[in-house]
Design a protein around this ligand. Sequence first.
Ligand code: AMP
Length: 419
Amino acid sequence: MKKQVSQLNVAGKKVLVRVDFNVPHKGEVISDDNRIAAAVPTIVELLNKGAKVVLMSHLGKIKWGKVDDAEIEKEKRANDLKIAIEPLKKHLKNALGKDVSVSFSEETRGESLKAKVDALKDGEVLLVQNTRYEKGETKNNPELSAEWASLVDAYVMDAFGSAHRAHASTVGVPTLLKEQGKETAVGFLVEKEIKALSNCVDCKEENRPYIAILGGAKVSDKIQVIDSLLKKCDKILIGGGMSYTFKYALGNKVGKSICEKDQAEYAKKCYETGKIVLPVDTVIADGTFDDPTNIHQIETPIGGNQGIPDDFEGLDIGEKTAELYCKEIENAKTIFWNGPMGVFEKEQFQAGTIAVCKACVEATKKGAFSVIGGGDSAAAAKQFGYSKEFSHVSTGGGASLELIQFDGHLPGIDDIEDC
Ligand code: AMP
């Protein structure tokens, strides 16, 4: 068990909190502030303890190494609306309440950053510019980690969405502080994520059947987690683009559907475990992706060279499949869902994802423990108005998959002290 933020003795101390403020925003307009709201309880706990709080987060991607460094400097200094953290300050201040002082550091290292950290009074917050403005962040650069670690007396990991990345701010800093005998802990958000996802890592007999629902675009993105889930759950219901790779592997025609032929052998091996359930019908269309035509449903029984005609593409599970999957889900006691059943962004191909979503909610009402593993399925559940009715919606797509894959271990959590 990891030390918790509530166990820290940090009155009058400087505490670096790694938060995940990687929110979709345009300047001060934030389209989904879930991640900021989710970090508030940990920050408030530390402020109530009389700590001086230094917040660090990444925001978006910076193409270090892919384009000229000078280009990146230009982009950063132009304060690109997508990657600058300062616009989030106002929102954070509103979330923390008007009595909390929140200042900002444009500098991500150096004397000026140190001076701002040292000037903090007990109960004040300093928000630091995007950690990825530093080239060494994603490389877990030892000098950068040492500099950031030297600024503070303690560290809290509350960025679940980044806990699967071994970066300077997620692994380098806490590892050094721990070696120096300083306190490290997980925040309330990470604690909640670990607790909820542990049900999907190690499912007790009384919480079975354990059903995993996997969809989304590609098999290759989720190979490792499929392997791991096959050992942990009772059945995996496959939908979305990845179902066509399985169908292709079993001898069906898949037309123009998304299909990774090089994964066919792996898909066949998975199917042979007897735990994989595949669609029996599918919604297909021709025309272009943006302007699909001839939308209709066909049956897609396994094998026998049957399937989707050459000019057509499979874009959602069909009604019979939805019914079959809903029956499985309604009997489940533990549910892990990652990846939509079809191209849910388009109205014509939403039905499968909505049906699965509803079935998870019904099962939850009957007492099942249901988890959405972040990413697009969380976006879909939110879009259709069901997110609040799941037992847990993870804030980290990649992190929740890796937590299951590595039996509860993630680099950004393993480096925190045990208690
Ligand atoms: P992922 O990030 O792997 O969960 O993939 C999510 C994406 O998969 C969403 O943008 C969906 O539109 C897309 N998707 C789901 N089903 C299909 C399909 N049958 N064909 C193409 N894309 C799909």
